[in-house]
Design a protein. Structure first.
Ligand SMILES: C[S@@+](CC[C@H](N)C(=O)[O-])C[C@H]1O[C@@H](n2cnc3c(N)ncnc32)[C@H](O)[C@@H]1O
Length: 232
């Protein structure tokens, strides 16, 4: 049986990386800065969701962003800054706006029309952000737009079959790319124990990816598991 971290302990050890006082380095373009006396993540860009700003820096609220939570919890995402990104489940652009602030070309897939309208507004301020009103379960419908050999696949889709979505979109990722996914247990099964759901999702994911690190995100997002993986 795999040893999954509990909601309170840390994830498994990750690969050796450059560290910043024991924590993995943040990508270039992401900093820990002081907001109201607390050290918080921040990126540089136009504000999007009413987040506080300090000059050109704006707070990246880990309570509203699973990827922000993964970085805030010290997971080794492998992000250096400047990567090409496919982001699945962009909603109205809260997290993907921060990703576009420190990345290269950023393709943002969302299948609900209402949030995608907001996402279009977010993209107007960001030349490298490309919103796509598409279903992440059907990558063939956007394969003609999204480049291949991408550095990073970020996934935050609140839908059943989250492992399957990651596997279907593996085709866009370079062989040495990274999958950064947040799994929402309740989207798979509202009644099951989240640990059992995560176990099952990881088992499926491992048919196409090597899992490098997992961490429960409960401090910021209840019953979510953050996963860093790379294609097999
Ligand atoms: C938790 S929200 C994402 C929040 C967003 N990642 C952020 O942090 O700003 C999940 C989103 O996934 C979208 N979604 C669910 N299934 C999807 C699918 N098959 N294709 C594209 N988007 C999907 C939902 O419409 C919703 O906007």
């Amino acid at each position: 049986m795999r040893e999954l971290p509990t909601a309170t302990d840390g994830g498994r050890p990750s690969l050796p990386v450059a560290t910043d006082g024991g924590r993995p380095s943040l990508p270039a373009g992401v900093e820990r800065r002081s907001f109201d006396g607390r050290e918080r993540l921040a990126t540089r860009g136009p504000t999007v969701y009413g987040e506080p700003s300090d000059g050109e820096w704006r707070l990246w609220d880990a309570g509203r962003s699973k990827l922000g939570a993964m970085l805030a919890l010290g997971m080794d995402t492998g992000l250096a800054g400047g990567e090409s990104v496919l982001y699945l489940g962009a909603a109205s652009g809260t997290t993907v706006s921060h990703v576009a602030d420190f990345s290269g070309p950023t393709y943002a897939v969302e299948f609900a029309p209402r949030p995608t309208r907001d996402l279009l507004g977010v993209a107007e301020d960001r030349q490298n952000l490309f919103p796509l009103l598409k279903d992440a379960r059907k990558p063939a419908t956007y394969a003609h737009v999204v480049e291949s050999n991408l550095d990073v696949l970020v996934q935050d889709v609140a839908t059943r079959g989250q492992a399957e979505v990651a596997l279907r979109n593996r085709q866009f990722l370079a062989d040495d790319g990274r999958l950064l996914v947040a799994i929402k247990a309740r989207s798979e099964d509202v009644t099951a124990d989240p640990s059992d759901v995560f176990e099952s999702v990881l088992g499926e994911l491992e048919t196409g990816y090597e899992v490098l690190e997992t961490e429960r995100l409960d401090r910021f997002h209840e019953d979510h598991l953050g996963i860093v993986a790379r294609p097999r």
